[in-house]
Design a protein around this ligand. Structure first.
Ligand SMILES: C[S@@+](CC[C@H](N)C(=O)[O-])C[C@H]1O[C@@H](n2cnc3c(N)ncnc32)[C@H](O)[C@@H]1O
Length: 262
């Protein structure tokens, strides 16, 4: 009997695609501070432009397709909840783009899959705190499960739900929780794992442990556009706009806006 063991992944080189997105939140620290911060975290999820020519080597690939839903008008004067923030790139970007208040939450589940996939033991929120300290950011960070955000006892104009819906065991309950913390007229800006099924398929794909990312057992679902629309309607968000469906690094991704009634 032979047993196949997937090899650990290597931290990829930063390409122009990641740098382009990182430049939307250019930090402009001194070269010395930038190098110190870059090197104090053993693995970055997000690519940050710390200083001219100094980038963190984020493992997230080519997020350029997300920029279309991150225009300053979306954030100016609005309160923002970033669920599953990891290093917090999108929280910091929302703050830079004029959000009145930003709360970032993460249950720090990534500590487990980063260790499994990359063999790196990461201190929870190390990257987030390093950037917050470097920039003097006022983003509030909570180690918290996304299913618990009602406990914040707060409503938000914008909920960023990027890269997480496919990672929760119960996507209906998760989305319902986020819908429940939306202010009237608020919106969930959603990005998640897509599907190669026909866009009109009224279904959600069930993936198997390791078949999306070897050594990552937390990717459960793939969402075709119609599946996502139905999910929105199921939690009372009838205004669902599927903004984009793209293939990134061989992986289908889908971006949608889900708006609450005013
Ligand atoms: C793939 S990363 C995406 C990071 C970031 N939102 C982005 O898309 O660039 C998924 C993040 O969601 C977090 N996460 C997964 N399940 C969660 C849950 N139930 N509650 C809060 N965070 C969760 C993970 O710890 C990880 O930081």
């Amino acid at each position: 009997m032979s047993i196949t063991v997937a090899a650990l992944e290597l931290i990829p080189e930063t390409s122009a695609a990641e740098q382009l997105v990182a430049d939307a939140y250019a930090i402009d620290a001194s070269i010395e501070d930038a190098a110190r911060v870059r090197d104090c975290v053993p693995l970055w999820f997000h690519t940050f432009a710390l200083a001219p020519g100094v980038y963190t080597r984020g493992i997230a690939r080519d997020h350029g397709y997300r920029l279309a839903v991150l225009d300053p008008e979306r954030f100016a004067g609005r309160s923002v909840l970033d669920v599953g923030a990891f290093d917090g790139f999108y929280s910091f970007l929302a703050e830079r783009r004029g959000a009145s208040r930003v709360v970032a939450v993460d249950n720090e589940q990534y500590v487990d899959w980063v260790a499994a996939r990359f063999g790196v033991q990461l201190a929870p929120a190390a990257g987030f705190h390093a950037i917050a300290q470097l920039t003097g950011s006022q983003v509030e960070y909570r180690q918290m499960d996304g299913f618990a955000v009602r406990d914040l006892k707060e409503r938000f104009d914008v909920v960023l739900c990027f890269g997480i819906l496919h990672r929760v065991t119960d996507p209906i309950a998760f989305l319902q929780t986020l819908a429940d913390v939306l202010a009237p007229g608020g919106e969930i800006v959603l990005e998640t794992y897509g599907s190669k099924l026909d866009a009109d398929t009224p279904a959600i794909e069930l993936r198997e442990p390791g078949d999306v990312y070897a050594r990552d057992d937390f990717t459960y679902w793939g969402f075709p556009a119609e599946g996502l629309r139905r999910l929105g309607r199921t939690v009372g968000l009838h205004n669902v706009e599927v903004v984009d469906e793209v293939l990134i690094d061989g992986h289908p991704r889908i971006v949608a806006l889900m708006r609450a009634a005013t």
